[in-house]
Design a protein around this ligand. Structure first.
Ligand code: PLP
Length: 403
């Protein structure tokens, strides 16, 4: 007999702290769209929402793979030609102690897999604050206490070493670096990477270096891979196709394990257990990895040209706007301005959507030092769209808070 009272199926309490502000704002935007307005989306880091196109030879490679029958399960670590190409890429990044390479469903799966393989209950992993929210979401899912270290806005958003030292516990197992950084657009200096390496050596940590934006550098200085300057330190370098090769919907990422063979052996075996348990990453899309990494890179010239121009426009606007200041982004396509306002940045962002139909993400969605307020801009839209959006934000600030 069906009971008259429905029993609620509750979600696990571990999930209470899982937040994904970037997508959570969608309900406010939906309200505005229902009222018949168009929202200017400066909130989601998907280049294909704007004037960027997937290089055609990559689409051709996937199409060919499908036609050639590569539609069954792939080997769990990835198809051999993709793994070979990623090893080649590791070499070009200067990583000399590669012990293993595996392909995943986006860097999102690399993050999940690498954290899940590492931590036992009661242990922790140092993550940056602000951070890309997937890291804290996965740790919450695993029931792990969050242990965030500050990025220092006064030092171009470099990791704050003194804070890392303060936050280290005997049960800290690893540290996450996001370089180039989301949400700040910062790049770690060589000196900083060397200091983090020293700290990892001293405290027996594995380093997870998320380098998904490593080809989207907006300066003339080249990107420096953590594993290249610390070949002896256990490290997994995260890379992928979503951003550099303009295919976020294909869900292709990878991990490059480096360090001394004996030190990373047991950990790598653990990773492979999980790789087998989830069968494989998307199969036909893996056949685009070699053409991407070894084929023409022409699209990157155009992408970087557009991003530099949009970064410059964004930076000029930040400098000219009262109550706003910003450390100039040097990589990726994010700016993370500070705002001086008498209310929370979450209210700021929600009201901005309602009143000016411009969507950015509040700093509190990424974590920030208490007492500070920020918002993250995705500067992927063209100059005309950005100019219109920035005029709306400036007007909103003036009307709501005065000069
Ligand atoms: C720093 C960072 N890491 C990982 C990801 C996830 O990327 P993927 O599309 O490869 O899952 C993103 C996506 O925005 C990101 O910004």
């Amino acid at each position: 007999m069906p009971s008259t009272e429905a029993h609620q199926i509750s979600a696990a309490s571990r999930l209470e702290h899982v937040r994904y502000a970037i997508r959570d704002l969608a309900c406010v935007a939906d309200e505005v769209v229902k009222q018949g307005h168009k929202v200017l989306p400066l909130n989601v880091g998907d280049p294909l929402n704007f004037d960027f196109q997937t290089p055609p030879h990559l689409i051709e490679a996937v199409y060919r793979a499908m036609r050639d029958g590569k539609n069954g399960y792939a080997p769990s670590p990835g198809v051999p030609e993709a793994i070979e190409a990623i090893r080649g890429e590791a070499g070009r990044k200067g990583i000399t102690t590669v012990q293993d390479v595996f392909v995943t469903a986006g860097v999102s799966e690399t993050v999940d897999l690498c954290l899940s393989t590492l931590v036992n209950p009661g242990e922790d992993v140092l993550t940056p604050c602000p951070d890309y929210p997937l890291y804290s979401a996965v740790l919450c899912k695993l029931g792990i206490r969050l242990n965030a270290y500050d990025l220092n806005e006064d030092d171009a958003w470099q990791p704050e070493l003194a804070d890392i030292e303060r936050k280290l516990t005997p049960r800290t197992r690893g540290i996450v670096l996001i370089n180039p950084n989301n949400p700040t657009g910062s790049l770690c200096t060589r000196h900083m990477l060397e200091q983090v390496a020293e700290l990892a050596r001293r405290h027996n940590l594995i380093v997870f270096s998320d380098e998904i934006y490593d080809k989207l550098i907006l300066e003339d200085t080249p990107h420096i891979a953590f594993a290249a300057i610390a070949p002896d330190v256990p490290c997994v370098t995260f890379g992928g196709m979503s951003k550099n090769y303009l295919v976020p919907g294909w869900r292709i990422g990878w991990g490059i394990v480096s360090g001394e063979a004996a030190a990373v052996k047991a950990y790598t075996e653990g990773v492979h257990r999980l790789l087998r348990a989830r069968l494989c990453a998307n199969h036909p899309e893996q056949y685009a990895i070699r053409p991407a990494l070894e084929g023409p890179q022409d699209h990157l010239i155009e992408v970087q040209r557009k991003l530099r121009s949009r970064r410059d426009l964004t930076q000029k606007w930040c400098e000219a706007t009262p109550r706003v200041s910003c450390v100039a982004p040097r990589g990726a396509f994010y700016a993370y301005p500070k705002i001086d306002i008498p209310e929370s940045d979450e209210i700021f962002v929600k009201e901005l959507i309602r009143q000016k139909h411009v969507m950015v993400v509040h700093g509190s969605g990424f974590g920030q030092k208490p007492g500070t307020q920020h918002f993250r801009i995705v500067f992927l839209p063209d100059e005309q769209t950005l100019t219109k959006a920035y005029a709306g934000i400036a007007e909103f600030i003036r009307e709501r808070y005065g000069e």
